[in-house]
Design a protein around this ligand. Structure first.
Ligand code: 13P
Length: 343
């Protein structure tokens, strides 16, 4: 394990002003996203969409790394340059999602565990050889009556720890993504309690497996009420609760925390990240607090594009603008008036 290399990649991914674009939607997920714009999900449309994102002029001012899906790591620009090489040229670090999706937890109809450990090392060597520098594995936890179970938490965090140590052996920085889902009618306090439990167990297992924390990134959910809970929370409350949980659970050796957007609108995800960083500017925290958004960066861009090449340029302008706003939020410098400006 090359610890200096792992730490340097992790730090670069969370460098000031920048964050990560999650463009690693699996075939099933991108199909759902394309359905929303009435576009068939085939190889060619998926390639065109990813090319639109990656070739957005000046996007590297705001984006430090991009998480790809396996298929995209084998695809090229229209001029024939591999996407991985293109990102290197742009000084954007290429990464890849390496889990293989969710399957039912044995004996449970309600909970899922993440698959992908079989043959993982061989796949990782392949990704490293083509130039990827970091990887991602997502585990999900559902809040509900008696959920998540201790069994689901234990099983998922052990898988996360095994994935992380195998990745570091191949000198790939593991992004550790234990996502407490926002689906449901739970309160913000329930999200707080569950996230605290999940993160505590996550770090216990990462330590048990000897994972080098300075060479990892944590990708958690923010602390939010469920999306069908009656009372909404302010960005300040979300920020305070999110930071309190992180302080209780995340060791100071971790260089950076990059939040997922998890179904928030683009504006919510931007506002909440901004409130978190305003707090971080007042009290110094040991980790950088950044973003690794999928929908939080792409929703309006996708709608604008709608699969039509005539819309490519205007969709790229929207993507650049949303990335600039999210970068401002990552520094605690966002305000909603910027939504209409051309920063
Ligand atoms: P969202 O920001 O859309 O939640 O996606 C992030 C991600 O990578 C989910 O695994």
């Amino acid at each position: 394990m090359d610890k200096d290399h792992l730490n340097s990649i992790a730090k670069t991914l969370v460098s000031k002003h920048k964050g990560i674009l999650a463009a690693d939607e699996s075939t099933g997920t991108i199909e759902k996203r394309f359905d929303s714009i009435n576009l068939v999900s085939n190889l060619s449309n998926r390639r065109s969409y990813r090319e639109l994102l990656f070739t957005t002029p000046n996007i590297n001012k705001y984006i430090s790394g991009i998480i790809l899906f396996d298929e995209t790591t084998h695809q090229n620009t229209i001029e024939g340059i591999s996407f991985v090489n293109l990102l290197h040229k742009l000084k954007i670090i290429p990464g890849v999602k390496v889990d293989q999706g969710l399957q039912s937890l044995t004996g449970s109809d309600d909970e899922m565990i993440t698959s992908g450990l079989d043959g993982l090392e061989t796949r990782l060597i392949g990704y490293k050889n083509i130039g990827c520098e970091f990887v991602k594995w997502r585990a999900v936890f559902k809040i509900g009556p008696k959920l998540p179970t201790q069994n689901c938490i234990n099983t998922n965090v052990r898988l996360l720890a095994k994935y992380a140590i195998i990745s570091q052996k191949i000198n790939l920085v593991p992004i550790i993504e234990p996502e407490v889902l926002m689906d449901g009618d739970h309160s913000i306090e329930e999200c707080f309690k569950t996230t605290e439990q999940v993160l505590t167990e996550t770090y216990k297992q990462l330590n048990n497996y000897g994972v080098f924390l300075e060479g990892t990134i944590l990708k958690p959910n923010m602390i939010l009420p469920g999306n069908s809970y009656t009372k909404q929370s302010t960005p300040e409350e979300i920020a305070m609760k999110t930071i309190t949980v992180l302080k209780k659970t995340v060791p100071s050796e971790v260089p950076g925390i990059t939040f997922l957007s998890g179904g928030q609108t683009e504006e919510e995800a931007t506002n909440n990240l901004n409130a978190i960083n305003i707090q971080a500017n007042i009290t110094q925290f040991p980790w950088e607090l950044s973003f690794s958004y999928g929908r939080g960066l792409q929703s309006t861009t996708l709608k604008k594009w709608s699969g039509k090449s005539a819309n490519k340029k205007s969709a790229q302008e929207i993507f650049l603008h949303r990335s600039a706003l999210t970068s401002a939020a990552r520094q605690g410098k966002y305000s909603s008036t910027l939504e209409k400006s051309n920063i």
